[in-house]
Design a protein around this ligand. Structure first.
Ligand SMILES: Nc1nc2c(ncn2[C@@H]2O[C@H](COP(=O)(O)OP(=O)(O)OP(=O)(O)O)[C@@H](O)[C@H]2O)c(=O)[nH]1
Ligand SMILES: [Mg+2]
Length: 443
């Protein structure tokens, strides 16, 4: 397919996404996927950078960039925020969608969590509607193995019509194969024809009717016309804004397009009883059905005792009745251990600094240092440093390991789940509780 010749989007990449290509031969790769699937871990392994990673969803909130070379070819890797779809339900979804649509990366590597493949395929299928240059990394294979889940990657590749690589981003397993596959993709002459989502007849007819109207307006090859038509029909106003922002085309002022969209929508509602909500529901269920049918063909699950035990624990710690009390109790215990436990090392450190201060004062007296110098260095700098260390260090040294323990046990996403209801009330998301927690502690 010779992706090195692709030039569309290079200007947009630099101007809008701050991805500066040193040479026109540089290849831009986007890392996309559901939250918490190991994208940043893979990004760090490939580029040697240190993007923030952790065992809860929603850590990466903006695009991060890094580079690596393979077989003499330079690759620019862009780590996108984790998203469950590209239907612009959140800012992260818009960031990821806009980069894939308008940044026109040469290829997209979708990092999927192999322990819940079906949910991850929903996003993959949506990305395949926008671009065919996609490689799927079935990540966390070690976790899948532990849970008795077996994925037939060869069959999955055949079903999807794209390259599928089993990976363990934490240990770097499969990353060499990924680099080789990227190399083959950019040098290959053949065009990929991956699987497409099958929508019902009424939706397909509606899209077919809108495509010829949209096609001459949008620049050649910039956006997939069918995908764009579907977004316009399902009332996604953010795509109109993004088209204006990145392509400088104001669709909302094109009378012929807007009236055609409205007349198709009216026909769908009057003739087929498909209003905008039903249309969205049908689009989403077509994606889910396709993902489900593929998953059942490629996955085999051996029931393991520990899996059902995990589920039982999950049911209790996220239940309506016990979820919040258990969370408050656990966080209360951690808070108590942090505060009470920190008192002892704090007192020790404080005593140590007081003794040291006396000794240093004796030393200053011995050398007959002026009072102002003693005031600045000992009573000012040294005493403040001593206070800060004795007060701040012990709680941090206790809290962070405990927080890491909760993270490794997988409890943090459960906290986000339990708090989601309350955060939603103020137009936020439960996962922000964890980010808030980290920011508060860093302060
Ligand atoms: N066991 C195992 N853990 C992994 C693997 N890949 C990543 N992880 C862990 O999974 C967690 C999430 O990884 P991240 O790289 O932060 O995930 P992300 O997809 O960037 O997450 P968001 O930015 O929130 O979307 C971290 O604790 C990683 O160490 C893997 O292959 N196996
Ligand atoms: Mg990340």
């Amino acid at each position: 397919m010779g992706l090195t010749n692709q030039s569309t989007g290079l200007k947009t990449l630099k101007d809008s996404f701050n991805v500066d290509l040193q040479s026109p031969d540089d290849i831009v790769i986007a890392l996309a996927g559901n939250p918490n699937t190991g994208k940043s871990t893979m990004f760090n392994s490939l580029t040697g950078l240190k993007q923030h990673t952790g065992n809860w969803p929603g850590k990466t909130v903006t695009n991060a960039r890094g580079t690596f070379s393979h077989n003499g070819q330079k690759y620019i890797l862009v780590d996108l925020p984790g998203t469950y779809s590209l239907l612009s339900n959140s800012v992260e979804e818009e960031i990821a969608r806009d980069f894939i649509c308008f940044g026109k990366p040469h290829a997209v590597v979708v990092v999927a969590d192999s322990t819940c493949l079906e949910r991850n395929l929903n996003l993959l299928l949506q990305i395949l509607e926008i671009t065919s240059n996609v490689i799927l990394c079935v990540n966390l294979i070690d976790e899948a193995k532990r849970k008795g889940i077996e994925i037939n990657c060869k069959k999955l590749s055949h079903e999807l019509g794209i390259t599928v690589i089993p990976t363990n981003a934490r240990n770097g397993i499969g990353l060499d194969t990924l680099k080789d596959s990227l190399h083959s993709m950019i040098t290959a002459e053949r065009t990929l024809s991956p699987i497409k989502i099958n929508y019902n007849d009424q939706i397909t007819e509606a899209v077919d009717e809108l495509c010829p109207i949209i096609s001459p307006v949008l620049e050649n090859d910039v956006l997939d016309i069918r995908w764009t038509s579907l977004r316009l029909l399902d009332g996604d106003s953010s795509i109109i804004k993004s088209i204006e922002k990145y392509l400088n085309i104001d669709l909302s002022s094109r009378e012929e397009i807007m009236s055609k969209i409205n007349s198709i929508k009216d026909d769908l509602e009057i003739i087929h009883n498909i209003n905008i909500d039903v249309l969205r529901e049908k689009i989403v269920s077509s994606i889910i059905d396709t993902a489900e049918s593929i998953t059942t063909k490629v996955i085999s699950e051996h029931k393991k005792k520990n899996k059902s035990f995990d589920r039982k624990i999950d049911k209790v710690i996220t239940s309506k009745a016990l979820g919040i009390p258990i969370m408050l109790l656990l966080l209360g215990i951690i808070f108590w251990i942090t505060i009470v436990g920190a008192n002892y090392p704090s007192a020790l450190l404080s005593n140590m600094f007081s003794t040291l201060e006396l000794k240093l004062t004796d030393f200053f007296n011995w050398i007959s240092a002026p009072a102002w110098l003693h005031g600045v260095i000992i009573l000012g700098l040294f005493r403040t440093l001593g206070w800060v260390i004795s007060v701040m260090l012990p709680p941090m040294a206790i809290f962070f390991p405990l927080f890491t323990l909760l993270e490794d046990l997988g409890y943090l996403p459960r906290i986000a789940f339990n708090l989601d209801y309350f955060f939603k009330k103020c137009c936020a998301h439960g996962k922000q509780a964890l980010t808030m927690c980290m920011v508060k502690l860093k302060l």
